[in-house]
Design a protein around this ligand. Structure first.
Ligand SMILES: NC(=O)c1ccc[n+]([C@@H]2O[C@H](COP(=O)([O-])OP(=O)(O)OC[C@H]3O[C@@H](n4cnc5c(N)ncnc54)[C@H](OP(=O)(O)O)[C@@H]3O)[C@@H](O)[C@H]2O)c1
Length: 264
């Protein structure tokens, strides 16, 4: 299988964690990289550090504005052929204790983790299909989560949104079978990033202290595995628990996937 990373790569959620790491690794391979996210100061710092890096300030949950933002990106970079969606947030709250969340927070978490990526793929796929041929493959890669498969209490919206994202990947991949548009899902385990920083101490305490709480994988160890999967062109790239989740799901559901002709 050819690499899932083609020539011109847009990374949404490039300002920290996994997306920032992917930006650095893919830039180091000499690819043209466009780094995107909301925090302009971090985009400026990356621009200074990584020669030739392009940046775009965007909010993936601003659904109404996505068509305009994407068409500007395509005007500036008509050869865009790879989009990695690493944007995501994770909230930690109890639905039982309703005061800790709000309808707008719930909406925002779904919009960032699921609706934005769905609308983006709706806008990108027809464009990629128009330009595809053997020499012009394209990739849309989503960062999912092992929690798509093992929903936890106190992260109900996050887990539901990642389950939705996994479902989206399988449906899109099945529909695009036979084309040169590749849908890739990366399923990380718990990785040491800013994702859970606002509630990490509380979570560790609830889990019984540092000895009992799960230990995150370093970003660089995660990236070693994820990059290997991308470079050999795998469409489901699990790391650690993420791979176990993919394997278990595939094993359990393959008779049904085959019956419904879902190769995705
Ligand atoms: N860390 C883990 O344990 C873990 C495990 C499984 C899956 N994941 C997934 O991995 C992805 C990356 O997360 P991370 O762990 O690297 O966390 P992170 O360090 O918090 O990075 C999240 C990224 O998402 C961007 N983002 C958030 N809201 C956005 C919006 N509305 N529009 C555009 N960009 C937005 C942030 O940039 P701005 O704030 O600048 O917009 C940031 O670059 C997420 O999808 C997450 O769910 C993480």
């Amino acid at each position: 299988m050819p690499s899932a990373i083609n020539k011109v790569v847009l990374i949404i959620g490039a300002t920290s964690g996994i997306g920032e790491g992917l930006t650095r690794r893919i830039h180091a391979q000499g690819k043209k990289v466009i780094a995107a996210g909301r925090r302009e100061d971090r985009l400026r710092l990356l621009e200074k550090e990584l020669p030739g890096l392009c940046t775009v300030c965007l909010d993936i949950s601003d659904i109404g504005n996505l068509p305009t933002v994407l068409s500007t990106i395509l005007q500036d970079h008509p050869d865009l052929d790879t989009v990695i969606v690493s944007a995501g947030i994770q909230s930690y709250f109890s639905i039982k204790e309703g005061h800790l969340s709000s309808p707008s927070k719930i909406q925002s978490e779904f919009d960032i983790n699921l609706t934005g990526p769905t609308v983006l793929s709706h806008l990108l796929i027809p464009h990629f299909l128009q330009r595809e041929d053997d020499n012009n493959p394209s990739t849309i890669c989503f960062i999912g989560s092992g929690l798509a498969f093992v929903p936890l209490p106190l992260m109900p919206i996050y887990c539901a949104s990642k389950a939705g994202l996994h479902s989206l990947c399988v449906s899109l991949r099945a529909e695009l079978d036979g084309t040169h548009v590749n849908i890739v899902e990366i399923c990380p385990p718990y990785v040491e990033t800013e994702l859970d920083k606002s509630f990490r101490d509380e979570m560790i305490a609830r889990l019984g202290g540092p000895e009992k709480a799960p230990k995150p994988m370093s970003v660089s160890q995660f990236l070693d595995n994820a990059m290997e999967g991308l470079l050999v062109g795998r469409s489901e790239i699990g790391v650690g628990f993420g791979q176990a989740a993919f394997d278990t799901w595939r094993k359990a559901f393959s008779p049904f996937l085959e019956r419904f002709h879902v190769n995705g």
